[in-house]
Design a protein around this ligand. Structure first.
Ligand SMILES: Cc1ncc(COP(=O)(O)O)c(C=O)c1O
Length: 382
C-alpha cells in the first residue's frame, strides 16, 4: 500500500524559486502553471543528491537506463512494452515536438490541434511557421471527444501533422482506444503523422482507461510518435529531459535528421531524476494519486456546496480543473476578475481556445487548505 503524499505548507512553498511562486506578489495565491506543491519522491531526491555529492554535473551522454525504466513502467501500468531501441532524449516535450515538426514538414504546411488545448501547442505550430488547423473537440456536459468526421475533412485538405494531447489538457478527458484506433486509420489513409503528447499519462486515475497511442493498433504504430517526460507527474519540469518514442523503423528513419543538439540540450539531472521516477517511484506516484483523487472530489464538493453556478466535470487524470464560469455573473474575463478582486491566479480559458473565454483552469496539485482558500477567493470576487 502506497503512503499518501501530502502537500508542503504554504510557508515552505513561498520559499520556492520556481515560476509558480515567483510570478505573482505575495498576496496572490498562485494556481495557474502546471507545477505541483508536493515534496519530491525520495528516490528522485537521492538520485539528484548523488550527482551533486560526486560533483557529477557534466553534459548528458547516452542514458539507456532511462529507456529501460520507462519501458518497465509502461508495461506495468499500461501493459505496453515499448522498444527501447526506438527512443531518443529531447530537451523537453516542447522542444521535442518543435524539432520533430522541423524534420517532418515545411513552413506553411498544415498542422492540426484540437481546441480547447494546452496553450503551448498553439505556440509550437507558430514557432515552425506552419499553418494552424483547429478542429475543436465536441462537447456534451463537459465530456469532450475527438470530432472524427471534421478531422477527416481537414486531413483530406492536406494536414501533414496532428498534435494530439493525450490525455487532453485542460479538459481532463482520456480518449478511448476506439476513437484513437479510428484516428490512426484516418491518419494512415491521408498520410498524416500523429505526434502524441503523453506527458500527463502517468497521472491517469484508472490506468486501464489509458492506451498509449503506439499501443492502439498496427496503423497507430505506423503513423504515430509519442513525446513524453516525467516532468508533470513527478514535478521535474525545471530539470529538462523529455523523450521521443517510435514503433516503426520507417518512422524512426524519418526522424533521424533531427539535430544531435536536441539530445545535448537536455540535462543529466533530468535524465537521472526521470530514471528514478519511472524506475523507483511508482509507489510515491500511487500515494500522490490518492491525494489528487481526494482533491478532484473536494473541488466538486466546494462547487456544489458554495458555488453551484460553476460547471465542472471531475477530470480523469491529473490536477487540472476545467471550470465553466459562464453562469457565475463574473464578466467576460473571469481569470482577470478573480485575480483583481480575489487575489487568486488561475489560467484564463482563452489561452486554450478562442471560444473559451468564460472558462478558467485551476491547478489542484496542492493541499486541501489551499484549494478551500482558492474557493473562498473566488466567492470573494463575485
Ligand atoms: C500537454 C502538455 N504538454 C507539454 C507540457 C510542457 O512540457 P515540457 O515542459 O516538457 O515542454 C505541458 C505542461 O503543462 C502540458 O500540459
Amino acid at each position: 500500500m502506497a503512503d499518501v503524499v501530502r502537500a508542503l505548507s504554504l510557508s515552505e512553498l513561498r520559499k520556492r524559486k520556481s515560476v509558480k511562486w515567483r510570478q505573482f506578489p505575495d498576496d496572490v495565491l498562485p494556481l495557474p502553471v502546471a507545477e505541483m506543491d508536493f515534496p519530491s519522491a525520495p528516490a528522485i531526491k537521492a538520485a539528484l543528491l548523488d550527482l551533486v555529492e560526486r560533483s557529477d554535473t557534466g553534459y548528458l551522454g547516452p542514458f539507456p537506463e532511462l529507456f529501460d525504466a520507462f519501458a518497465n513502467f509502461s508495461n506495468l501500468r499500461w501493459g505496453w512494452q515499448p522498444d527501447v531501441k526506438q527512443m531518443r532524449i529531447a530537451t523537453d516535450v516542447g522542444v521535442g515536438i518543435v524539432e520533430l515538426m522541423r524534420v517532418l514538414i515545411k513552413p506553411g504546411d498544415k498542422v492540426m490541434l484540437n481546441s480547447p488545448v494546452y496553450e503551448n501547442i498553439w505556440r509550437w505550430i507558430l514557432e515552425v511557421n506552419a499553418t494552424t488547423v483547429d478542429t475543436p473537440l465536441t462537447e456534451v456536459d463537459l465530456t469532450y471527444k475527438l470530432d472524427l468526421a471534421a478531422i477527416e475533412k481537414e486531413y483530406q485538405s492536406g494536414v501533414k501533422v496532428h498534435i494530439l494531447c493525450h490525455p487532453h489538457n485542460p479538459v481532463g478527458v482520456i480518449f478511448d482506444k476506439q476513437q484513437l484506433s479510428s484516428l490512426a486509420q484516418l491518419a494512415k489513409r491521408y498520410q498524416v503523422v500523429i505526434l502524441s503528447d503523453e506527458i500527463h499519462a502517468p497521472l491517469t486515475y484508472d490506468p486501464k482507461t489509458f492506451t498509449p497511442f503506439l499501443a492502439v493498433s498496427p496503423e497507430a504504430k505506423e503513423v504515430g510518435i509519442i513525446i513524453t517526460s516525467a516532468s508533470k507527474s513527478f514535478n521535474l519540469a525545471g530539470l529538462k529531459c523529455g523523450f521521443i518514442v517510435t514503433e516503426s523503423p520507417k518512422m524512426w528513419e524519418r526522424i533521424t535528421a533531427m539535430p544531435p543538439a536536441v539530445t545535448w540540450r537536455a540535462s543529466l539531472f533530468g535524465a537521472a531524476a526521470s530514471t528514478a521516477a519511472y524506475g523507483l517511484s511508482s509507489n510515491w506516484l500511487d500515494g500522490l494519486l490518492k491525494t489528487l483523487d481526494e482533491n478532484r472530489k473536494l473541488v466538486d464538493h466546494l462547487i456544489q456546496s458554495r458555488l453551484p453556478a460553476i460547471k465542472y466535470r471531475i477530470p480523469d487524470f491529473g490536477y487540472l480543473a476545467w471550470l465553466d464560469m459562464s453562469n457565475l455573473g463574473i464578466g467576460d474575463d473571469p481569470a482577470a476578475k478573480i485575480l483583481e478582486k480575489g487575489r487568486l491566479a488561475l489560467n484564463g480559458g482563452v489561452l486554450y481556445g478562442p471560444k473559451h473565454k468564460n472558462f478558467v483552469r485551476l491547478n489542484f496539485g496542492t493541499s486541501s487548505e489551499v484549494i478551500t482558500e482558492a474557493f473562498n477567493r473566488i466567492a470573494k470576487s463575485l
